[in-house]
Design a protein around this ligand. Structure first.
Ligand SMILES: C[S@@+](CC[C@H](N)C(=O)[O-])C[C@H]1O[C@@H](n2cnc3c(N)ncnc32)[C@H](O)[C@@H]1O
Length: 253
């Protein structure tokens, strides 16, 4: 556990530094019906109204508030207390059924449990030094029959760098629990960070994510990969030939 916490400590400093630079929608955006969710996400949780949702690594709360406006009662958790403060401000300004807590996903308050839905998206798996422990935490905090939804950057997108003379393999797809040396393209670093901002990031093959969830006792109900041509800018037609995201929906039996 000490090793896990050491990574989190470093990442918390960096996420707190860059949190103010990360775009947060104004209250009017949500009050006028806006949503920051990807178009395919609400369809994965069509019956979210009235459900208790735990949002892991919720950042400044854009997506959490979007789910709340679809009727979920959302609790968001993030290590950045700066992001959590602005998420709570946004929740108050919109009147959304959402509250936000600064905590490490691996060390959340014991009372955060029995959720109908646990959700995580767009840059969460890369902060995990231990995938099995994370998957077990999800299983433990879902109620029986509850659903986990992950909408994540595809590790192939993290590995490949588009260059003027072709595509480069920039980092080990099988890096697993070894932190990367930040060889990513700058365009893939978190918004607001500079080349000097230091993160401990991890690359987990998609198959590892699937198998950790299975080992934790979750039943996979949906699993797909999809292109996002904008994420492979510069590849022309081939930008839609590569997976840029993957989605997993799993249920606690
Ligand atoms: C790229 S953002 C997640 C994306 C989020 N869905 C959004 O749209 O902004 C990554 C977030 O993960 C958080 N994070 C990183 N490690 C964490 C941990 N161990 N526990 C909780 N949050 C963590 C960071 O503070 C940051 O806000």
């Amino acid at each position: 556990m000490d090793r896990i916490l050491a990574h989190t400590r470093l990442n918390r400093i960096s996420w707190n530094e860059i949190a103010p630079a990360r775009p947060q929608q104004p209250p009017e955006f949500f009050l006028q019906g806006g949503s920051t969710l990807e178009y395919y996400e609400p369809g994965q949780l069509p019956d979210v109204a009235g459900k208790r949702m735990l949002h892991l690594a919720c950042a400044n709360g854009n997506d959490s508030i979007s789910w709340a406006f679809l009727g979920a009662s959302v609790t968001g958790v993030d290590i950045s207390d700066v992001a959590i403060q602005s998420a709570n401000t946004l929740a108050r300004a919109t009147g959304a059924d959402a509250r936000f807590i600064a905590a490490d996903m691996y060390e959340m308050p014991a009372g955060l449990r029995d959720f109908d839905v646990i959700y995580a998206s767009a840059g969460v798996v890369c902060w995990l030094p231990d995938l099995d422990q994370w998957a077990q935490m999800i299983a433990d905090r879902l109620r029986p029959g509850g659903t986990f939804l992950l909408n994540e950057h595809h590790p192939i997108w993290e590995v490949l760098g588009v260059r003027t003379d072709g595509v480069a393999v920039t980092v080990d797809y099988f890096g697993r629990n070894r932190p990367t040396t930040q060889t990513y393209d700058q365009a893939k670093r978190p918004t607001g960070s500079t080349p000097e901002t230091s993160f401990d990031a991890f690359l987990w093959p998609v198959s590892d994510v699937v198998m950790s969830l299975v080992r934790a006792g979750l039943r996979i109900e949906e699993f797909f990969e999809a292109p996002f041509p904008d994420m492979f800018d510069g590849l022309g037609d081939a930008s839609s030939w590569l997976p840029a995201i993957y989605v997993i929906k799993a249920r606690r039996e």
